[in-house]
Design a protein around this ligand. Structure first.
Ligand code: PAF
Length: 283
């Protein structure tokens, strides 16, 4: 595997490749990331990964400096997955001057849910992803469904800007007890780790309630959401949101839409101790 940090070297190395499958990451790779590499290999060749901890998407009180950087072991894992090239730019490579041109996602998609609790997050994500796409020039790129809103926003960005990149969605990888794999799980204490699967269990319970009784749920969506948040709070969580939305645009469904089997997704974000976990489940 070639490890490349300069944009010109990357372009030279990839020149003439028309079927590149790209997986952008911020490193600290786990089995979830490796599943993205494997999915990428099914959709293109060569597979190119990137590792870049993107300062633009961290808020002032977030963990940019603390974000785990494990480059050597990440590179070894990617090598084992037969990744062709790892693009690992420094900040100087990717942001040699202040990044004043930025991609601002539309309010109705970018300022809700994660965007409401992490102002500027999706602007940072879209800006770096567009820039990485410009460097790598992939035909397809793979993103995990665990970051459901991110996946939707990037898809919409590609559509709106007519980028020639097909976005492939990868299923969330979970531990045996249901906890979605995330770099942030390592911040959990052992008691918090034991408690953490409750988030997914709660999503499953809401999903089961929707499926079992659409008529009743349709009239009481808010109540179902509030009860779920309260249940988490009773077990030591500080929930930001636990909400039922339409898959197509992440807006709240009407009662009629719930009755008419509108595809839904339940999205959750909650803090356990100092660790903020997110998860979601399609209905
Ligand atoms: O999902 C992530 O790891 C990041 O948001 C991404 C897409 C690599 C952009 O920095």
């Amino acid at each position: 595997m070639r490890i490349i940090s300069h944009i010109e070297d990357l372009r030279a190395q990839l020149s003439g490749q028309t079927r590149i499958a790209f997986v952008p990451t911020m490193g600290n790779l786990h089995e979830g990331h490796l599943s993205l590499m494997r999915l990428a290999a099914k959709h293109g060749d060569p597979v190119v990964a990137s590792i870049f901890v993107n300062r633009l998407q961290f808020g002032p009180n977030e963990d940019f400096d603390k974000y785990p950087r494990t480059f050597q072991s990440d590179a070894m894992r990617l090598e084992k997955e037969h990744v062709y090239a790892l693009f690992a730019p420094t900040e100087q490579d990717l942001y040699p001057e202040p990044q004043t041109y930025r991609i601002q996602p539309p309010t109705q998609l970018g300022d809700i849910l994660e965007g409401e609790f992490r102002p500027g997050f999706f602007q940072g994500v879209c800006t770096v992803v567009l820039k990485l796409f410009s460097c790598v020039q992939p035909r397809v790129a793979v993103f995990g469904k665990k970051d459901y809103q991110q996946l939707m926003i990037i898809r919409a960005m590609c559509r709106q800007l007519a980028l020639p990149v097909e976005i492939i969605a990868a299923e969330t990888v979970r531990d045996a007890d249901g906890l979605a794999l995330s770099s942030r799980n390592q911040y959990l204490s052992s008691e918090e780790r034991a408690e953490a699967p409750r988030l997914y269990a709660q999503l499953n319970q809401m999903r089961a309630q929707i499926i079992a009784n659409r008529e009743q749920v349709a009239q009481n969506l808010r109540q179902l959401e509030d009860t779920a948040m309260q249940h988490l709070a009773e077990h030591g969580w500080a929930p930001d949101y636990m909400t039922i939305r339409r898959q197509k645009d992440l807006l709240a469904p009407t009662a009629q839409e719930v009755l008419a089997n509108e595809p839904l997704v339940i999205l959750a974000a909650a803090r356990l101790g100092v660790t903020r976990l997110i998860d979601n489940l399609e209905v």
